[in-house]
Design a protein around this ligand. Sequence first.
Ligand code: 2BA
Length: 107
Amino acid sequence: MKLIIAIVQREDASRLQHAFIRENIRATKLATTGGFLSQGNTTFIVGIDNEHVQEVLRLIKTESKSREEYMNPNMVMTGFDISSQPIKITVGGATCFVLPVEEFKQF
Ligand code: 2BA
């Protein structure tokens, strides 16, 4: 068994959630915040049998789009909005980690 941790943009989250339900894939949805942009994103955790890992990753890839965001570099460095040129950043589609699961129990 594996644990997939998938960080997606919130615009894609509900579509991906519905795709998981449609494909009978069990998932937990967490409201999270990106450490760099401080914008809300969504993290799904999915416990899945080894043979279905690629299917889940394919689904995440299909439902996640990359987007361009603009941010003020000074806001990240100082926390204050000192006027400067915004820089363009490409976010996503999805950032995924696949971890081994030592034990899975439901009581
Ligand atoms: P954020 O940390 O808010 O990052 C948003 C986007 O900003 C990133 O998109 C990337 O394009 C850019 N970025 C992040 N850190 C940067 C840095 N130090 N210098 C320059 N640009 C930077 P993505 O790479 O697609 O990441 C989207 C979200 O996925 C991230 O939101 C974060 O929540 C998560 N993430 C990405 N890589 C991660 C990692 N290695 N570990 C944990 N979470 C990660």
